[in-house]
Structures are given as structure tokens and as C-alpha cells.
Design a protein around this ligand. Structure first.
Ligand code: SF4
Length: 486
């Protein structure tokens, strides 16, 4: 797009803020939405800069760490730089250090000062309970670039716009998942109506995310679908976007060309419903990769819908080299299955695992998500589910419930007195088991975590414990630890 040649080209500065939390790790973590926006604005003729506070490749950070490249683990993931900071008052009961993850603040400030003077600053936001990082970024920008309009978008801004307006105080706030509202806003600000014309309607209409604006990259991330057609009682995905599938051919092309451009075989899918409608979507994508003899390492950090893993899909998954496979189990309790739209039954999970093993995986290569600490959920339900998952030989990843405004379980948690209405979003952090905000409860759930960890070690070494024996061991060796610790 050609912008009017009589006007100077506006400078846009995009910022991905720090994480403030008890724990954080770079498990294929990139601000995908903002990278798409950066690419789109650049395509429309604007000058775009990008500061990722979580960039592990920042040269000054590497100098500080005495490294030439970031520490990496299998799958190209690795730790963020961490600085312990004062714990907010409402989190005092948690017996852990609270930290800022990402660039030290002085590096961020010097980075801010180095960039061309921006005409607009775009700040993204992810978890609601990471808002202190967003707030701090905005405060720094106000000092260094007084008067420059700051536009806030992202998940926190979409889920909690009132809180974000009051606490972060951006000049403008965008709650829409597509780019139209932002383009209209920028077109007005810069008096460039052409900017807002013909906004992309689908992800395939966007240019590829602007990974080149980052200092370095160990992996790329990608979305083959957007959203999810289900509305599980604890999940906010449906509030963020509708469910759409990308053109499988375009997805395959993007994987091949981005992997080549950035010279990495590692690609992580950010999808929430990657395997749905497999015949018209994931299967054609994987067949294309096979036909092109792509040498990739694929990762699915979000839970997969295991019921779609038939023999053919399992084989495609194995042959295209998925290295991280996480299946959503959530719970084996019948009443819970209703809340998650029966997205998986224990029987279907067993078949999916068997298909993956038949295709060539070991059971221990597979992980499964189990949800815990939902409103009214007994610990025995979690233990039952963990023991069942272990009986399949897979490793368990416990995921603690986070009360997200707008979800069914959020309303239930408030109605049943588990969670205060209008609570500080810091209290929705799933690391602290939000509905049970005492040190005693914190340790109760820590014991379940330790039990799952113990079973995972057994799964890893192939020394599986029977379901009955596992439940007995929990009762005698882990549940009782609570009494000792409190
Ligand atoms: S299936 Fe997953 S993404 Fe979809 S609503 Fe349920 S938890 Fe959310």
C-alpha cells in the first residue's frame, strides 16, 4: 500500500511486556498477535519497531549472562532471565518468591531510548494476572515518550477492559481480536484513511508474523486454526475469537517457508483446536509436509483433542515428527465431562494413546493435561484422574484452575463463595491455586503435584504402578504429607 508521499511515515513502537509471576519459562512463548499486527502495519507502509521484554536473545542480556546464545533445553525452550521483586500484599500467603521475568528494567529503558521517537506505542497483554508488567511498561513509556499515545490490546485488555483502563491507563484500549479497530484508530490519528481500507478478514490474509523484528529465534510459532467451537466451563477462548480454520495449503506453506527463513526445525502450534475436523484440515497439512519431505520438529503446547487421533492421524503425527504431544484429558469424573462437552472420555483417551504407540511413540513421550482446583472439585477426583492417566503410561501435567471473568466456572466460584467478586486479577494466578487462598491449601495441592511428579518418574523409567496401588500410595505417602507440613 502506498501512503501519501507528502506526509512523514509514522513510527509505531510495539512492546511485549514483562511477566510478573511466581514461575515462568519460555515454552515457545512469543507475542503472536502483536507480531501479526507489526507485520500488517509494516505491509501498510508504516515504520515499525518492536521491543520484546521476554526476548532471550537480547545482546545486552546475553552479555550480562556471559553467553553467546540463550540456554536451551530439548525442543528449543529455555529459562527467562529472572529477578525477584517484592510480593504484592494480596499474595503474601504464598510461600514462594515473586519475580519479574525478562529483560532487566535498565536494558528495557535503554532499548526504549534507542528507538526512533514513536508516533504511537502499541502494548500487548496476555494473562490477566500479569498486568503489573503491562502497567510498568506503560509507566516507563510515559516518562521517556511523554504525550505519545499508548494503545493497549491483547487478552488481559479484552477480558478485563475496565480494570485495564483504570489501572494501566492507556490512551486507547482495543478489545477486538482482529485488526480492524486498530487500523481505524491509526487512520484517524495519522489522518491517513487509506490505512483502514480492506482489513484482513482471516489469518491467511495477514502477512506472516514479523519474527525478524526480534533479536533472535530458536523456534517459530504458528496458528493453523483460530479459537475453539466448544465452551468448556473454565475456558475463555470463546470470548477472545470465533472458531475458524485456515486454508491447509497456506498453513503448510507457512511452516515450510518460515522454518527455512529462520533456519529452525522447531515449530510450535498455538492452536486451541488443532485436530478438529481432521479430514479437511490437519490431515491435509501433515500430508503436505510429508510430500515435501519437511524436516521439522513439531510441538503442541496446548492440549490436543485426543478423540480425533485415529490410526491414520497418529501415523501422520509420528511421521511428521511431533516432538511434544500434550493431550487434554482434564478429568475422568462423569459430571465434569458434561462441563467439557464430553470432549474426551477415558475410553477415547485409551484408544488415542494406543494409536500413537502403534504409530511409533512410547507412552512416556505423551503428556496429558489434568485440571485441578475447580470450584467444588474434590481432590479425590484429581487423584483418580492422575492415577488413570498414569495407568496408560503417559506423563501427567497438572493444570490448576484460574478463575477467568466471563466463564461459567468464574460465576460458579463467586456464587458459591470460593472467590470474591471484583477480586484483584493477581488472585486469579493459577500458580497459587486461586480458589483456595491459604498456605494450608497451597500445600495440599503441592502434595498432589508431587504425587504426579513421582508417578511421572515411574512412567519415564517404565516402572508403572497399577491404578489401585497408586491410589494407595497417594493416601499413605503423599496425602499425609499435608499434616506434616502445615
Ligand atoms: S476444548 Fe479447550 S480450547 Fe476449547 S473450550 Fe474447551 S478448554 Fe477451551
Amino acid at each position: 500500500m502506498n501512503l501519501s508521499s507528502t506526509k512523514p511515515t509514522p513510527n509505531i513502537l510495539c512492546i511485549n511486556p514483562w511477566i510478573y509471576d511466581f514461575a515462568a519459562y519460555d515454552f515457545w512463548s512469543k507475542p503472536l498477535g502483536l507480531l501479526y499486527i507489526a507485520a500488517l502495519l509494516r505491509q501498510r507502509g508504516l515504520r515499525v519497531d518492536f521491543i520484546d521484554c521476554l526476548d532471550r536473545w537480547h545482546p545486552e542480556l546475553l552479555r550480562l549472562q556471559g553467553k553467546s546464545s540463550p540456554k536451551q533445553r530439548k525442543g528449543s525452550v529455555g529459562p527467562f532471565q529472572r529477578e525477584v521483586i517484592a510480593k504484592p500484599e494480596c499474595l503474601r500467603f504464598v510461600p514462594r518468591n515473586y519475580a519479574r521475568y525478562g529483560l532487566p528494567e535498565r536494558i528495557f529503558i535503554s532499548e526504549l531510548k534507542k528507538r526512533p521517537y514513536p508516533d504511537v506505542i502499541l502494548v500487548t497483554s496476555i494473562m490477566t494476572y500479569w498486568y503489573p508488567g503491562v502497567k510498568r511498561v506503560v509507566e516507563c513509556c510515559r516518562v521517556i515518550y511523554p504525550g505519545v499515545p499508548i494503545i493497549l490490546g491483547g487478552i488481559y485488555a479484552t477480558l478485563m477492559p475496565e480494570h485495564a483502563r483504570e489501572v494501566v491507563r492507556p490512551d486507547e484500549l482495543i478489545t477486538s481480536h482482529d485488526a480492524s479497530a486498530l487500523l481505524v484508530l491509526l487512520a484517524d490519528l495519522f489522518e491517513m484513511p487509506e490505512l483502514a481500507g480492506n482489513p484482513p478478514k482471516t489469518l491467511d490474509a495477514y502477512p506472516y508474523p514479523a519474527f525478524d523484528l526480534l533479536y533472535g529465534l530458536n523456534y517459530i510459532i504458528l496458528m493453523a486454526t483460530r479459537g475453539c467451537p466448544l465452551t468448556c466451563s473454565f475456558c475463555a477462548t470463546h470470548q477472545l475469537s470465533g472458531y475458524t480454520l485456515r486454508d491447509p495449503q497456506c498453513v503448510g506453506q507457512e511452516m515450510l517457508s518460515q522454518s527455512k527463513k529462520y533456519q529452525t526445525p522447531h515449530i510450535a502450534f498455538y492452536d486451541d483446536a488443532l485436530l478438529m475436523q481432521p479430514e479437511i484440515h490437519i490431515k491435509p497439512i501433515l500430508r503436505q509436509l510429508l510430500a515435501e519431505k519437511a524436516d521439522l520438529h513439531l510441538h503442541t503446547p496446548n492440549g490436543l483433542h485426543a478423540r480425533f487421533i485415529d490410526e491414520e492421524l497418529a501415523e501422520l503425527i509420528f511421521r511428521t515428527s511431533f516432538r511434544t504431544i500434550r493431550l487434554s484429558l482434564e478429568s475422568v469424573a462423569k459430571e465434569r465431562l458434561r462441563d467439557i462437552h464430553n470432549k474426551i472420555t477415558p475410553g477415547e483417551m485409551t484408544i488415542a494413546v494406543q494409536n500413537l504407540i502403534r504409530a511409533g511413540y512410547s507412552a512416556r513421550d505423551i503428556e496429558t493435561y489434568v485440571i485441578m482446583a475447580l470450584p467444588g472439585q474434590e481432590i479425590s477426583e484429581v487423584v483418580e484422574t492422575v492415577c488413570y492417566a498414569h495407568s496408560l503410561g503417559v506423563r501427567v501435567r497438572l493444570s490448576a484452575y484460574s478463575p477467568i471473568p466471563g466463564t461459567q466456572d468464574y460465576a460458579r466460584a463467586i456464587a458459591s463463595g470460593f472467590f470474591p467478586a471484583n477480586a484483584d486479577p493477581l488472585l486469579t494466578n493459577n500458580s497459587i491455586v486461586p480458589l483456595y487462598r491459604t498456605t494450608k491449601d497451597y500445600w495440599r495441592y503441592q502434595n498432589v503435584s508431587q504425587f504426579a511428579h513421582w508417578l511421572n518418574e515411574k512412567a519415564w523409567t517404565g516402572k508403572l504402578v497399577s491404578e489401585i496401588e497408586a491410589k494407595q500410595i497417594y493416601k499413605t505417602q503423599f496425602e499425609k504429607k499435608t499434616a506434616i507440613k502445615i
